[in-house]
Design a protein. Sequence first.
Length: 365
Amino acid sequence: MPPTAGGATAAFRSGGAQEARQFEGATGEQGRNSPQPSNPDRDGADPDKFKELLTKYKNVKRLYFDGKTQIDNLNSQIEQLQNAIANQRISQSRTALDDSEYITRFNRLNGAINNLSFNIRKDWRTVPQWLDMFVSIDALKTGKQEMTAVGRAVITRWIVEEIFNKCFHPGLNFELSRHLKEIELNIRRFSYTMTSQEEFDALTSKVVSWRMATLEGLQRVLNSPESADNRADFTPTLFQYMTDPPPAGVDGSASMIVELAVGIAANLPLESRDVAINYPLPGDPVQLNIMDVEKTPLPPLDIPKPDGDAEGDEGDKDKNGKTQRADKTKSALPSKDSNTVRLAGFPAVEVRGRQVLVKATVWTI
């Protein structure tokens, strides 16, 4: 039987759709892969342009890999330098005592000074000349809080000047140690005027480097039996300044104070950082960043002038009298408005460029 008209129509539609898809696919592939119209002039110049392009590509590729090689070499050198600097810092990073241990030892020293000052507050015959203008007239007679402060100031300054500022290391010969400490202080004292923190840090590094190199050169002496003998001889050498004769019971306290100070002085040069000890003198400006002002004030220094011309004349004739000292005190002292140090009972201890370990105890005018 002949096919029906409906079946023929379906077959025709099916065949037509299939052919259309094939045609579209062929057209798409031909569009992607179809060659460009030929150009005789351009085709003739293509080999030269290709060679030129290939040459440029090779040059760029060579420069890229050469630059990459140089960058890799530089990175390797930088890494080697960083490792060398790290190893140098590790070798030079020496900490004899940590911050908390220094704070503890200085607090012990401060406590021993306070105890001795309190015990001898009534045994003073005269006030040292450098404190005379900053002590009230009745201080010696009463022998109370002000004389305790005077004792703290005198003992502390003596320790700072005779031990910390004159001893490079107690294990060395006394004269050698004194000369080395003077050299260390002179490196900072005679440096040029610095205006930036970087310059201060550079000077600190210079001082520390010198100290570390000096200690390395003195290792044989410091490790010898003579070192212990030198340290044992150092303490009696200091005691000769303290016997005039001392009041009863002072020897034990003085020995403890000196031993504590010598123990600290033995560790200071071993540090790769610069631990500075500064004692504020009377008349210095108050620096709250390194000073702690005592809340309990001392008796005032202002003393009224005596009444009457006769008494005034008598006071002028008495060279050692209270009137002349009062007038001299008033003329020498700064005004009350100035924020200046009257007495300092303990020095300031700081790691230069880092932090303050102990603040100086001061009384203001």
